[in-house]
Design a protein around this ligand. Structure first.
Ligand SMILES: [Zn+2]
Length: 487
């Protein structure tokens, strides 16, 4: 359980006190009154009044509280803000769309960034939501092969990588000892600068040999941080490879987007994950609630052999900008041009199994929206799980759904990221990152035709006690987001 930090207790004592009938009562900055408080950390599910003071949760009370601002949220669920461990859209616009989906913290743990310190500096004071990233193996690898190229956060600045063409050395050349050492130095430096673990997209760097991956996993293990991995290929064999490497090196492992990583092997993959977890392995995963994936067409994922790897063909790909299905001819043309594609590759029954499976987190894998195009998962993931998969399909309880979006992702990080111990819960002393939604109405509205349409039924979202969404209105001017880093 949490004990309020000393500074916080001081703030409460110093707070404005109101004298009412001889008794002193704290006046909170904000009171969310009469809501149904659901805290997956303590399993509390009851009508309570939540008092917020200096950006923290200062009271969760059965009795009404006094506040400078009192908002009646009767009939609504008051939940910890959602934590998205897989958010490539680290721009103001992407974050504002995600805020309307109930998200308060966006982390890119798969692609990550390199170099780390300048990226955090570039985000300071500019973010509506809390933000953070791992040190990314892809970007560190490109830096080793293309010293003139600083990828930074490449999903947002992907034009720099795209300019290298469809088969750049950073993705397609086996590393020499010198390049290997450059990479190891880069990863070590990124962790020293506060990176949230090591991110891998092995499928995007096919020339990274198993021994290279093992050497980088070792750095993660030595630093007691997890490896967040998009596996070398799709299906159970590649997931096994990642598990074996983690066990050999002692690294903790998080396999990203299990829906697209496992595809039709989902039942066997879920069994494998459960078996490994039962042996005590620190192994987690996440899923997004869609049957289509999305990535860049120029990436190594579409090097020759992609049809057998993904078990699909040209017609299963759609050009995100127009929605048109591809042919051999348009595939070649667009691959030279570079840009986002939608990949129809999963079965609903397999995605549903992962969403309902105990312990599997919800994470969007939302890619940056460019000119309003992209994949709807960046806008609708969380409301979609709450509305479609919990309320309508009854695949999991509301509390379990919330747990997958709040406390589980917080706990994935909190052993080595102290600030995450104050997130993902609605307990005394926790950060006032709060999402208020209507359990009967919450639903995603984003589609493949209109992917940036905000979700519906989430009237209030607070980050550090500041409204980013209030009464259904996005507050475009606020920037309460803080960095999440290990130090
Ligand atoms: Zn991925």
């Amino acid at each position: 359980m949490l004990t309020p930090p000393k500074l916080f207790v001081g703030l409460i004592l110093a707070a404005l006190l109101v004298v009412t009938g001889g008794a002193q009562q704290t006046e909170y900055d904000l009171v969310l009154a009469n809501g149904r408080v659901m805290d997956p950390f303590t399993k509390l599910d009851a009508v309570r009044h939540v008092g917020i003071l200096a950006g923290k949760i200062a009271a969760v009370s059965e009795k009404p509280l006094a506040g400078r601002d009192v908002l009646d949220v009767a009939g609504k669920v008051v939940s910890p803000g959602f934590i998205d461990l897989h958010a490539h859209g680290q721009t103001v616009g992407d974050m504002q769309i995600k805020a309307q989906d109930g998200v308060t913290t966006v982390l890119d743990l798969e692609a990550g960034v390199y170099p780390v310190a300048p990226w955090y500096k570039s985000m300071e004071g500019k973010a509506p939501l809390n933000y953070g990233a791992t040190v990314g193996h892809i970007a560190a690898r490109f830096a080793a092969f293309h010293p003139e190229l600083i990828l930074g956060h490449w999903p947002v600045h992907r034009a720099k990588a795209a300019a290298l063409g469809a088969s750049p050395a950073g993705a397609n050349k086996v590393a020499t000892d010198k390049e290997m050492q450059l990479m190891e130095t880069a990863i070590t430096q990124g962790l020293a600068e506060g990176g949230l673990g090591v991110g891998f997209g092995i499928n995007y760097t096919p020339a990274a040999t198993p021994s290279e991956i093992e050497r980088i996993f070792k750095i993660a293990a030595e630093n007691k941080v997890p490896a967040f991995v998009h596996t070398r290929a799709f299906g159970i064999a590649a997931i096994r490879e990642a598990i074996d490497t983690a066990k050999k090196t002692g690294a903790s492992l998080h396999v990203v987007h299990i829906g697209s990583s496992a595809i039709s092997d989902m039942p066997e993959v879920l069994r494998l994950l459960d078996e490994q977890r039962a042996t005590g392995m620190d192994l987690t995963t996440e899923v997004y609630p869609y049957t289509a994936a999305s990535t860049t067409l120029e990436s190594a994922m579409f090097d020759p052999g992609w049809q057998s790897n993904l078990k699909i063909d040209y017609g299963d790909l759609a050009w995100a900008a127009t929605g048109e299905r591809l042919t051999q001819e348009t595939f070649s043309r667009y691959r030279k041009q570079g840009g986002w594609v939608i990949i129809y590759m999963m079965k609903d029954e397999n995605v549903e199994k992962a969403i309902a499976h105990p312990g599997i987190m919800i994470a969007s894998d939302g890619v940056p929206f460019v000119d309003g195009t992209g994949h709807p998962r960046g806008a609708g993931t969380f409301a979609r799980v709450l509305g479609r998969y919990s309320r309508e399909k009854k695949l999991l309880s509301l509390m379990d759904a919330l747990s997958k979006m709040t406390i589980l992702p917080a706990q994935r990080l909190e052993a080595y990221v102290p600030s995450m111990r104050l997130k993902g819960r609605l307990s005394l002393g926790a950060d006032a990152d709060i999402t208020v939604f209507d359990p009967g109405l919450v639903i995603d509205k984003a589609t493949f035709e209109a992917p940036t349409t905000p979700s519906f039924g989430i009237p209030h979202v607070l980050v550090g006690g500041v409204f980013v969404v209030r009464a259904g209105e996005l507050r475009t001017e606020v920037r309460p987001g803080r960095p999440i880093r290990t130090k």
